[in-house]
Design a protein around this ligand. Structure first.
Ligand code: ADP
Length: 336
């Protein structure tokens, strides 16, 4: 649905040239939740603002439904922007207007008649669970409720694409979870394509289908969230994961002084709950020690990783791989 081709963005100021985006290619599918993660200064904001041309690329194409929007006339661009909603980190609400007026405002700008505006606004306020707060002012609401207003406002025009610019970064963990659940819900119910930027792997894990990791203006890794979490390849991805407590390399310290073959098992979905270790131990006569383990969820899919040390019957060890393969568990020898 959205395709970025070799996007470059250079900012020039006296004595300094900054390459915010240094050749980005990206494909975002219709109806998915796509996350872009990176450290501060990596180029996330610049990248997401390319998608509605709040920033124009220095070079490259931004294609939406096969149309290069950088070639749009002003009128075409105005039309296109109506199909794209945006949610901001600091909500950006009008403080002197009620919740209802905040949601109606972009519809008014779009020239919609008052009765239709009100109908739409009430509809989206119900969707985000704020019907009772329509007459209040932003200062009377909690941060999470203000962000719900921000989301309602972004949805009022019935966009096809929702862009979220660090939408949960100013919220506490519990409120973050409730806003993320709301994003999941509207993605499912409205079939909306959502693109979000974040510096938190937890946000990616909770809502995204696919992820791209950006560093120094370049996409250094991308793919299905499950794949990237189970097999992060780039050092930036690995350190972002380890900072959020998902450390694939923690076993290295534990392994010193422990004998046997070291194996990493990665499992997703049903396999996670299978009591395979005890079976392996019982049927193959092996001693298995767990050096590191994590079990969690990516959206609705359970997944996990275990690093184990295997000792005992050599014939049993040879059969171990087959036993896990049977159950759909990935098997990787870390130390023979
Ligand atoms: P992120 O959102 O990942 O923190 P940004 O997209 O804001 O990163 O910034 C990427 C790089 O581009 C940074 O080095 C930043 O200093 C630079 N940059 C962003 N916007 C501007 C601007 N308007 N003028 C000059 N440099 C900018």
């Amino acid at each position: 649905m959205i395709r970025l081709e070799n996007i470059r963005k250079t900012y020039e100021s006296p004595g300094r040239i900054s390459h915010a985006l240094a050749g980005v290619d990206l494909h975002i599918r219709q109806g998915e939740i796509f996350g872009i993660i990176g450290r501060s200064g990596a180029g996330k904001s610049t990248l997401i603002r390319m998608l509605n041309l709040l920033e124009r690329p220095t070079q490259g194409k931004v294609c939406v439904r096969d149309q290069d929007i950088t070639q749009f006339t002003e009128a075409q661009l105005r039309q296109y922007r109506h199909q794209v909603g945006m949610v901001f980190q600091h909500f950006n609400l009008l403080r002197s207007r009620t919740v209802l007026d905040n949601v109606c405002f972009p519809l008014k700008l779009a020239g919609m008649a008052r009765a239709e505006r009100l109908r739409r606004a009430h509809e989206v306020l119900a969707l985000v669970g704020l019907t009772e707060h329509a007459a209040k002012y932003p200062r009377q609401l909690s941060g999470g409720q203000q962000q719900r207003v921000g989301i309602a406002r972004a949805l009022a025009n019935r966009p096809e694409i929702l862009l979220c610019d660090e939408a949960t970064s100013a919220l506490d963990p519990e409120t973050t979870q409730s806003i993320l659940r709301l994003l999941l819900d509207i993605n499912k119910r409205l079939g909306l394509t959502i693109v979000l930027i974040t510096h938190g792997m937890d946000v990616i894990r909770t809502v995204c289908d696919r992820v791209a990791v950006i560093d120094a203006g370049m996409i250094v890794e991308s793919g299905e969230v499950l794949d990237v979490f189970l097999h992060p390849r780039h050092p930036v991805t690995q350190s972002l994961l380890s900072e959020s407590g998902i450390d694939a390399e923690g076993w290295r310290d534990m392994a010193q002084g422990i004998g046997g073959t070291l194996i990493r098992l990665s499992f997703r979905g049903e396999a996670t709950v299978q009591p395979m270790l005890s079976r392996a131990s019982r049927e193959l006569g092996l001693d298995l020690s767990i050096l590191q383990g994590s079990v969690s969820r990516i959206k609705d899919t359970p997944y996990g990783q275990l690093v184990i040390a295997v000792q005992g019957d050599p014939q049993g060890q040879e059969k171990l791989n087959g036993l896990f393969a049977q159950e759909g568990v990935e098997y990787e020898v870390l130390r023979p």
